[in-house]
Design a protein around this ligand. Structure first.
Ligand SMILES: [Zn+2]
Length: 186
């Protein structure tokens, strides 16, 4: 077996292990993501519960959670006290030295995307999250990979969800402006 073939076999093995772990833990992640909403702090009741499944430094699956924090009305103080569940979950994975986030389950109230106006039937990661995802994708050692799975849940209708990978998700928003501070933001 050549070095190239070995690398491909290793990658394929890792993908299969990730897929297996994702399928095994998805019902647990789904439930935890809904529970994590009670940890959210939002002035308008927009509670986002996010739970990630990651490969830990010891090569076993690790579950890390997050919830959003936006206690006040008006402009978002992004990275200065205000954040989304997705961000907290990525930061937790990094603090725990996880090598890779296999997938992330996000549950929050339904609303169309605030910047593009697109409605997916479920709420998808917001503009600020997309900035963070893009920043992470530029870091070679980020636990957030292009193939990291995203699952967006409707909070009450369990038949409504969207499964997509990070890179495919970001590709759906080619017109995201480089930075937006929305007047009276949510
Ligand atoms: Zn967000």
């Amino acid at each position: 077996m050549t070095r190239h073939q070995k690398a491909r076999a290793l990658l394929a093995g890792k993908f299969n292990r990730s897929e297996e772990a994702w399928r095994k833990y998805l019902p647990t992640l789904d439930q935890l993501s809904r529970q994590m909403r009670s940890r959210a702090i939002s002035h308008r009741g927009f509670d986002n519960g996010t739970v990630s499944l990651a490969w830990g430094w010891h090569r076993d699956p690790v579950i890390v959670g997050g919830a959003n924090h936006k206690p006040h009305k008006g402009e978002r103080r992004h990275r200065a006290g205000d954040y989304c569940g997705e961000m907290e979950s990525i930061w937790a994975a990094r603090r725990m030295h996880c090598s890779e986030i296999i997938g992330m389950v996000v549950t929050c109230p339904h609303q169309p995307d605030e910047v593009s106006g697109r409605d997916f039937g479920v709420t998808v990661s917001c503009y600020y999250c997309r900035i963070e995802f893009r920043v992470e994708r530029r870091k070679s050692k980020s636990p957030l990979k292009g193939h990291t799975r995203l699952r967006f849940n409707h909070p009450t209708d369990r038949s409504l969800y969207l499964n997509i990978t990070v890179d495919k998700f970001l590709a759906m928003f080619p017109n995201d402006p480089p930075w937006v501070l929305k007047r009276g933001g949510t």
